[in-house]
Design a protein around this ligand. Sequence first.
Ligand code: DX5
Ligand code: ZN
Length: 220
Amino acid sequence: MEKIEVVPSLLSANFANLAEDIKKVESIGCSRLHIDVMDGHFVPNITIGPVVIKSIRKITRSHLQTHLMIDQPGKYIKDFIDAGSDTIIIHQEACPEIGETIKEIKKLGVKAGVSIKPKTPVETLKDIIQDLDLIMIMSVEPGFGGQSYILGSEKKISESKALLEEKGLNLPIGVDGGINAQNAPLVAKAGATHLIAGNAVFKGDILENIKSLYRSINQL
Ligand code: DX5
Ligand code: ZN
């Protein structure tokens, strides 16, 4: 099996002491952090903006992947890149001019990812996939941490893998939402290479949680 990375989703971390939680996940080898940005329009919840990412950037060298769950992401990508994001993930459903926005992200010197919601078919990625650095399959309806994994999402992961193979591409496939040590083997087997996890990392003993995620996929 390919090397798989656990990517902590900071939404479930302690926002009053983010630096400590970040140090903990890094102490056990995580070097990519997932940051959820929500606008109250594209999703019903509101989280953080560039100002928080700017502060996070100052205390870590980890790769920061910013998941924009916002309408009209094109309007804001520069702000999130200036704040220190290394990858910008936009939503296919939020972005009518997605090809242009992907180009714009890359022109600004960072990596571009596209995420799709549970009801959006993988084939909607087929014309843009060659321009991407990452694909991300949502395994919950975006908007909140701590939801249950939607069973069957692994099918979309295999479909993404097949599409990449068909195009001769080799990109990371992330899966985001409800990932834990029970379903990690399932999504890993389907082809996910980035397991994004919030609650399963930050609820309880962070170090033990990460170990148990890696153990579940036999990568510890
Ligand atoms: C959901 C977010 C996820 C979320 C994952 O809208 O995009 O990144 O934080 O959290 P868990 O792992 O708790 O579902
Ligand atoms: Zn996310």
